[in-house]
Design a protein around this ligand. Structure first.
Ligand code: ADP
Length: 166
């Protein structure tokens, strides 16, 4: 039987428990989930791409059904190159909808071979985003319930090094 492969793309700057929740739930539906860190994002990132990948790998602690990768260029081209047929995206609030709707329609306009599947956030993570985590950590606030310990440590090091920490 062909294996069902999904790609979960994003910035993951850094990975949070909200992302991990989506990955773990997607693993119940798919044989393999590829977490694909976007290289060509126009966003200013706190963590360089290699650090984001390392943090994802450490947070997932060697789950054999998850691959962590990066991609350049068109997402649908990357998805097809991985023999995947599904893009997974998470939805938190209504505010996510407009952007996700546009993205899904654009990708569908490029190819009908790839479907976008939306997974609703779990309630404890509905207000959780990488930006919120960065903000709290930069203010020396608690992030223990928001990110795995390895990410918490990386944030502390980053803000201490940048001199942001009070
Ligand atoms: P992007 O820049 O592509 O939005 P993110 O890393 O911010 O990258 O998010 C990647 C995906 O994970 C997006 O579909 C986003 O909606 C989803 N996501 C992020 N945080 C959560 C969360 N707390 N619960 C559910 N989905 C989430």
């Amino acid at each position: 039987m062909p294996r069902k492969i999904a790609v979960y793309p994003g910035s993951f700057d850094p990975i949070t428990y909200g992302h991990l929740d989506i990955i773990n739930r997607a693993l119940k539906i798919f044989d393999k989930v590829i977490v694909a860190v976007a290289c060509n994002s126009s966003k200013n990132s706190l963590f360089p791409i290699n650090e984001r990948i390392d943090l994802i790998r450490e947070a997932l602690t060697g789950n054999e059904r998850v691959k962590v990768d990066t991609f350049n260029g068109l997402l649908v081209d990357y998805v097809l190159s991985q023999h995947a047929t599904v893009i997974i995206r998470g939805l938190r609030a209504v505010s996510d909808f407009e952007y996700e709707f546009q993205l899904a329609q654009i990708n569908r306009g490029i190819t009908l071979e790839v479907e976008t599947l939306f997974m609703m956030t779990s309630v404890p993570y509905s207000y959780l985003s990488s930006s919120v985590v960065k903000e709290i950590s930069s203010l020396n606030g608690p992030v223990d319930t928001l990110v795995p310990p390895v990410v918490k440590k990386a944030l502390e090091e980053k803000f201490a090094r940048n001199g942001f920490k009070p």
